[in-house]
Design a protein around this ligand. Structure first.
Ligand code: NAP
Length: 287
């Protein structure tokens, strides 16, 4: 890998950033296309966030990804907000163009891509989303835009779910409620697609699952946004129940590929990115 005075800098801003897989994917992409660029992780203290963004701008970096807890806090610092980000109210990708900071959201495309591979009739299905945080916002937007018949959001704190409903002008396609055993049972009986957007089951709490095994069925599509481990307890038990499963690493790859496309204007080398991602996540064959 060549580093010289012309090396373009890209990166990820977030806090904390202990286990990010983004540098592995993007550096693999730069190498695959022989681009003189590097992708770094910037763990930024909340007190220094605005200064850090000014610094990145002054350094004329090519662009950067934004993750927890800055996906909304970045917005007032931008010169331009792409419709992909404006519609979600969150930014995960920033491009620098002639010192202008342009914000995009590639989580929506990243989330939808593995679902589109399944050739579903979204207008005929009820989707159940567990969680109402940043990732859930992108999922709701994606499913509503894709014409899903009904989207149910259940969240531990009802207030946050209600905020999500307000953000979507109380559309009657979107239903929200508190997350408990009874509501989960009721919503699952209507849903054919269920998406975990909570961190439940994420390393190191790998023995946890947001859905009791007894409620999983073979006609469900179970999508877990958690990608560490690649096979969460939820995914493992869903497979055992005969359900179709989607692991969160697929979304991670697709959102990264889309960010790459925005920054470079080039077709992302997904094979190289996937190989690097698998290596980073410590799996040979993730299916
Ligand atoms: P976030 O904004 O902090 O939201 C977390 C959500 O999970 C909130 O709704 C929270 O409920 C709920 N939650 C947290 N702990 C819970 C528990 N023990 N039981 C039930 N609900 C719980 O986080 P986020 O950005 O949405 O990320 C959530 C997860 O998605 C993380 O694991 C992240 O790694 C993953 N993710 C994956 C991708 C991908 O590309 N695969 C992309 C984005 C995010 P309250 O509102 O009640 O606190």
């Amino acid at each position: 890998m060549k580093i010289d005075s012309k090396t373009k800098i890209y990166g990820l801003v977030g806090h904390p950033l202990e286990h990010t897989a983004s540098p592995a994917m993007h550096n693999a992409a730069f190498r695959a296309l022989d681009l003189n660029a590097v992708y770094l992780a910037f763990d930024i203290d909340p007190m220094a966030f605005e200064d850090a963004i000014k610094g990145l701008k002054a350094l004329k970096v090519g662009g950067f990804n934004v993750t927890i807890p800055y996906k909304e806090r970045i917005i007032p610092l931008l010169t331009h907000l792409d419709s992909s980000a404006a519609r979600v109210g969150a930014v995960n990708t920033v491009k620098l163009d002639d010192s202008l900071l342009k914000g995009y959201n590639t989580d929506v495309i990243g989330f939808l891509a593995p679902l589109l591979e399944l050739d579903l009739k979204l207008d005929e299905i009820t989707a159940l989303i567990l969680g109402a945080g940043g990732a859930a916002k992108a999922c709701v937007r994606a499913l509503l835009d894709a014409g899903c018949r009904e989207v149910i959001v259940l969240n531990r704190s009802l207030e946050r779910a209600l905020d999500l409903l307000k953000q979507h002008n109380n559309t009657n396609i979107l239903k929200v409620g508190p997350l408990n055993e009874e509501s989960l049972k009721g919503a699952l009986s209507r849903a054919s697609l269920v998406i975990n957007t909570t961190p439940v089951g994420m390393y190191p709490n790998v023995d946890e699952s947001i859905i009791p095994k007894a409620l999983l069925r073979s006609d469900l599509i179970v999508y877990d946004l958690v990608y560490r481990p690649v096979e969460t307890r939820l995914i493992k038990e869903a497979k055992e129940a005969g359900a179709t499963t989607i692991s969160g690493y697929k979304m991670l790859l697709e959102q990264a590929a889309e960010s790459f496309r925005i920054w470079t204007g080039l077709e992302p080398p997904k094979e190289a990115m996937l190989k690097a991602l698998k290596l980073e996540l410590g799996v040979e064959d993730v299916g």
